[in-house]
Design a protein around this ligand. Structure first.
Ligand SMILES: [Zn+2]
Length: 288
């Protein structure tokens, strides 16, 4: 096994890890070339800079999937699968948060073309498989990820797949049986679902950030944030985006940040990573 593959005894994550940790950006070109020659697969996270309420940084959707992929890499290594992480994509499509500041808006066609070029570069470097994950729930952003994966894949050179759960594929209208889609493997979850929608900078994302990167969380603001307690109809209105979203959630968050727990965030991130790593392992074995 290569020295680049983490040892099984490595902890799955340590709080405070930087976004570029364990990515190609920390490696020399020679080490990248050698890994591609050994048949390493590539992993790539699609986040976005976007408002995340009064307490979470605008880079939340970059921090979380980057950490998820670092754990996926370690889990794959335990099964003898070498993986390299591409530095995260962070200029994406913001439809829902578009009316808030610091929520940068890239046209989907620009994102898709950029993805195609980066995927072609990876293919040129000798990578044959690329697995992409998303850190941002916006439907238009995720449709762009899927279209970029389709456009960048070149049979016989590099095959890319968008790894996501069935619920996301259904919401964005992607056929989960497409060769460019890979559904995650559901994992047992001891936490009951929240009583109200909690989809943006609420309990779920705040818990993850408290576990992963507490140094960039404005923890002193969390206790004062009242739960939004929104219905499914409110959520549908929020998903119309722009000023609709700003009216439904004037403070930017949708959920219950004050209920967040770093301990739950730590178990959630590992469960998410297992769901991805299990799917990749089965795809590489030709079983999915
Ligand atoms: Zn987010």
């Amino acid at each position: 096994m290569s020295a680049d593959i983490p040892a099984a005894a490595d902890p799955l994550f340590t709080p405070g890890e930087p976004i570029l940790k364990d990515t190609i950006a920390e490696m020399t070109y020679g080490a990248v070339e050698a890994a591609a020659k050994r048949g390493a697969v590539a992993l790539w996270a699609f986040g976005v800079v976007e408002q995340h309420g009064p307490h979470l940084p605008t880079g939340t959707d970059i921090y979380i999937p980057s950490a998820r992929l670092r754990i996926v890499r370690k889990l794959l290594a335990r099964d003898g699968i070498e993986a390299l992480i591409v530095p995260p994509f962070y200029w994406g499509v913001n439809h829902v948060s578009a009316s808030f500041p610091a929520s940068f808006k890239v046209r989907p066609e620009v994102m898709i073309e950029l993805m195609a070029d980066v995927i072609a570069s990876l293919g040129g470097d000798g990578f044959r498989r690329l697995f992409c994950v998303s850190g941002h729930g916006d439907a238009d952003h995720n449709r762009a990820v899927f279209r970029g994966v389709e456009k960048g894949s070149t049979p016989g050179r590099i095959e890319a797949a968008f790894v996501a759960d069935d619920a996301l594929f259904a919401r964005i209208g992607v056929d989960a049986t497409s060769p460019h889609a890979l559904a995650t493997i559901p994992q047992p979850n001891p936490t009951p679902p929240p009583p109200f929608a909690d989809v943006h900078a609420g309990d779920w994302e705040t818990s993850l950030m408290l576990a992963l990167n507490p140094e960039v969380v404005h923890a002193d603001r969390i206790a004062d944030l009242a739960p939004t307690n929104l219905s499914e109809d409110d959520l549908a209105e929020w998903r119309k985006g722009h000023d609709h979203a700003r009216r439904v959630t004037p403070d930017g968050y949708l959920g219950d940040p004050a209920s967040a727990s770093a301990e739950r965030g730590a178990s959630d991130i590992v469960r998410d990573a297992r769901a991805i790593a299990d799917a990749i392992r089965l795809r590489l074995a030709g079983e999915r």
